[in-house]
Design a protein around this ligand. Structure first.
Ligand SMILES: Nc1ncnc2c1ncn2[C@@H]1O[C@H](COP(=O)(O)OP(=O)(O)OP(=O)(O)O)[C@@H](O)[C@H]1O
Ligand SMILES: [Mg+2]
Length: 332
């Protein structure tokens, strides 16, 4: 099995706005750190556009919301300005980060809004500098959504309109925690996002249903998006809730890596940790569970470091666009 921390070391450094930690490859040089700072600089001066990432999976309960909360927290600690949006009616993300989430207007209110609700008014700042949140929204609008009363405007148009409004905000990354499974909201979000991250639990059910998510990603990449030439990139599959002590789970992990192009499965593996469950019960990112971040929470720093170039937050060290070509041949 690939060990999550294999070949990496923890390094601390500063940047102009706040102190943050990172995990680098041992061979990563000062130049790479400069690249990170330079990336932050370019975004600060709006030379690089805001990026959007959506977490999707074909199966529910694979750790999407857990990854969304903890990855956003790590990215914010690394200096990026992150807006985490809870696009799941279950509201797991909001619950995990703020008690204000229950009554706040949020994602579904914005979807149904006809222009009276300002996006800025739905943004909630968290205790972590650089990390803000839009919750799922109010109960009445959620009920309206569940009853299928979406009005005249198709859902995909509503999501496209909302994405346009969000693109004017001053963030580096907008991260959508997609709803459970493949459904109209996750599909519409996939079409308008720059990148997709697909958590997969090493299990026979996830393996069997893998073609479904590949078809969904292919559909998002080939969807008609009007004048926009942007096509969503697959940032990667991330193995989540893996059990390193279970031989059949290790077999499933190997099978995922055998089935998919090697560069499409992230090196970072999120294993099952009691800490994560405890953190989500209390309502904090796992790094905030103790006075000092536990070793298990560092996995999200590693995930953030691995994703930065894939989300175009950083300049690429390897030619990742070439790997996108391989992927396109597999599913397009
Ligand atoms: N790596 C992990 N170790 C232990 N528990 C985890 C881990 N990841 C997630 N969990 C727990 O598993 C449950 C489901 O996780 P989570 O809500 O993140 O999944 P999800 O994919 O967002 O689910 P849904 O599809 O319903 O939105 C939660 O109780 C969460 O705390
Ligand atoms: Mg969820």
């Amino acid at each position: 099995m690939l060990s999550p921390d294999r070949g990496r070391k923890v390094t601390g450094f500063r940047h102009s706005r706040q102190r943050f930690c990172s995990i680098f490859h041992p061979n990563q040089s000062k130049i790479s750190r400069l690249t990170l700072n330079f990336g932050v600089y370019l975004r600060n001066f709006k030379i690089i556009a805001l990026a959007t990432l959506t977490l999707i999976s074909q199966k529910g309960g694979v750790g999407k919301s857990t990854i969304a909360v903890n990855l956003s927290y790590s990215l914010a600690r690394r200096g990026w300005r992150v807006l985490l949006i809870d696009a799941d009616l279950q509201g797991g993300v909001g619950f995990s980060l703020t008690e204000k989430s229950k009554d706040a207007e949020g994602f579904y209110d914005l979807l149904f809004d006809e222009g009276s609700l300002s996006v800025e008014n739905t943004i909630i700042d968290t205790k972590q500098p650089g990390l803000s949140l839009i919750t799922k929204g109010t109960k009445s609008v959620a009920d309206r959504f569940i009853s299928g009363d979406w009005g005249e405007t198709p859902l995909s148009d509503r999501i496209g309109r909302l994405e346009h409004r969000l693109s004017e905000l001053d963030f580096d990354l907008i991260l959508f925690d997609g709803p459970c499974g493949i459904n109209p909201v996750s599909m519409a979000l996939s079409v308008v996002s720059d990148s997709l991250l697909v958590p997969q639990q090493p299990s026979p059910l996830c393996l069997r249903s893998l073609p479904q998510i590949l078809r969904m990603v292919a559909g998002a990449r080939s969807a008609d998006r009007g004048d926009s030439k942007r096509v969503p990139n697959l940032a990667g599959f991330v193995l989540s809730m893996a059990d390193p002590d279970d031989p059949s789970n290790l077999d499933d992990q190997r099978e995922f890596r055998d089935l998919l192009p090697v560069e499409m499965v992230l090196e970072t593996v999120i294993s099952i940790q009691r800490d994560f469950l405890e953190a989500s019960r209390i309502g904090v990112p796992v790094a905030m569970l103790r006075d000092r971040p536990s070793a298990s929470s560092l996995i999200f720093d590693q995930l953030a470091a691995e994703l930065e170039p894939r989300l175009s937050l950083l300049e690429e060290e390897e030619t990742f666009s070439e790997t996108q070509g391989n992927y396109a041949r597999l599913v397009d």
